[in-house]
Design a protein around this ligand. Structure first.
Ligand SMILES: Cc1ncc(COP(=O)(O)O)c(C=O)c1O
Length: 368
């Protein structure tokens, strides 16, 4: 039996109980196909299979590699590349999967539409800019793009509009109002696009972990968003944890204390095992001073004793997606017994051993 303290570090661990609770909480609000979970959050077909098992069998992907890997894992019944690509080789590789799988590609320009058609892609979604300055056609040009796509023989399945700039608005009323305004644009685009397309044009796809429960079924606009693309919810991070969301932190990175001296300690977890774009990671009971390539330097709060060399320390990442993408596997633990500093790294007695590793999910969709 492998336990947390037996893992070579840095190591990613997931608390199975918290993961299951997060999955159940989401499935109660967005059951089955009303959620199109985003694979980019974890890049693991083993984890995606857990979501398919509770009924979420349509997935969102960010890269062609994620699409191809999902199909190879038998999870290709309805995959959306919610991202633009102009790579003809990868478009052709995705097109070759059609028949065995359903692959829909986001387009936001005549160029991306033309390339998709030339490379043999059949299904597309019009990606609309609803306020995040990233990909997405301007709302007033969505219908013309749909009509252009249809003229190329593409099947337009609907629209998507990712309101990523609104995920972390802390005031819920303000967030609700802003999301509603963004979705009003998207729904209007859908109605415009629908006029250009066939009966298969049904999808209005949006949202993420920060907005998953704002698509109020009694609101005439919000109720029309028929799928939500959340991904982080299953594992969480400290960035989303700071918001008032009903999901628990399930993913951590375990490190080992490699040095401890005059008031601070150092573990072997650093920039190369943590996504840092949302800031420093958190260690319960400690103040993180700084991260360098392979180190976190920290001190203990409230007079707590410094850990000893060899102790294991459980670190909460600030951003789940880029953290996981740096690791090869996720170790699934029955339950993480405590967060922060575990008593000992070398003592393997039950009292300090932490949770048992009960499964390993490869992060097999990493890279491009
Ligand atoms: C296109 C798209 N949809 C949905 C999401 C939502 O993901 P999360 O669950 O992290 O909010 C993202 C995140 O960046 C995204 O890029």
């Amino acid at each position: 039996m492998t336990r947390i303290v037996d893992l070579p570090t840095p190591a990613l661990i997931v608390d199975r109980q918290k993961f299951d609770a997060n999955v159940a909480t989401m499935a109660a609000v967005r059951p089955g196909l009303t959620l199109r979970p985003h694979v980019k959050a974890h890049k693991s077909t083993a984890l995606a299979a857990q979501l398919a098992a509770v009924g979420h069998t349509a997935f969102t992907c960010a890269t062609p590699r994620e699409i191809i890997g999902m199909v190879q894992a038998g999870l290709g019944s309805d995959l959306l590349l919610a991202n633009e690509t102009v790579d003809a080789q990868r478009l052709r590789a995705m097109a070759a999967l059609q028949g065995a799988a359903r692959v829909t590609v986001a387009i936001d320009s005549e160029t991306t539409a033309t390339l998709a058609a030339e490379c043999g892609i059949k299904d597309v979604l019009i990606d609309v800019n609803v306020g995040l300055p990233r990909c997405g056609v301007a709302p007033e040009r969505a219908a013309a793009l749909a009509s252009f796509a249809v003229s190329l023989g593409l099947n337009v399945r609907g629209v998507m509009g990712y309101e990523g700039h609104l995920m972390a608005v802390a005031d819920r009323d303000e967030q609700r109002n802003k999301v509603r305004a963004a979705m009003e644009l998207l729904v209007q685009c859908f109605d415009d696009v629908r006029g250009q397309c066939g009966d298969d044009c049904t999808i209005i796809s949006a949202g993420g972990t920060g907005t998953f429960n704002l698509y109020d079924p009694s609101d005439p606009v919000l109720a029309r968003v028929n799928e939500v693309q959340a991904g982080s919810y299953a594992l969480m991070d400290s960035h989303y944890g700071a918001l008032d969301l009903p999901f628990e932190q399930a993913l951590y990175v375990v490190g080992t204390v490699i040095s401890a001296s005059d008031g601070w300690a150092v573990i072997d977890v650093g920039l190369k095992s943590l996504g840092m774009d949302h800031g420093n990671p958190t260690i319960d009971g400690a103040s993180v001073w700084f991260c360098s390539d392979e180190h976190i330097t920290f001190s203990m709060k409230d007079g707590r004793p410094l850990p000893s060399i060899g102790n294991r320390v459980i670190v909460q990442p600030a951003h789940v997606d880029p953290t996981i993408a740096l690791h090869e596997v996720i170790h699934v633990v029955d339950q993480i017994p405590m967060i922060g500093v575990l008593s000992s790294g070398t003592d393997t007695s039950e009292t300090v051993a932490g949770g048992k590793v009960i499964d390993v999910w490869p992060v097999n969709l990493r890279h491009w």
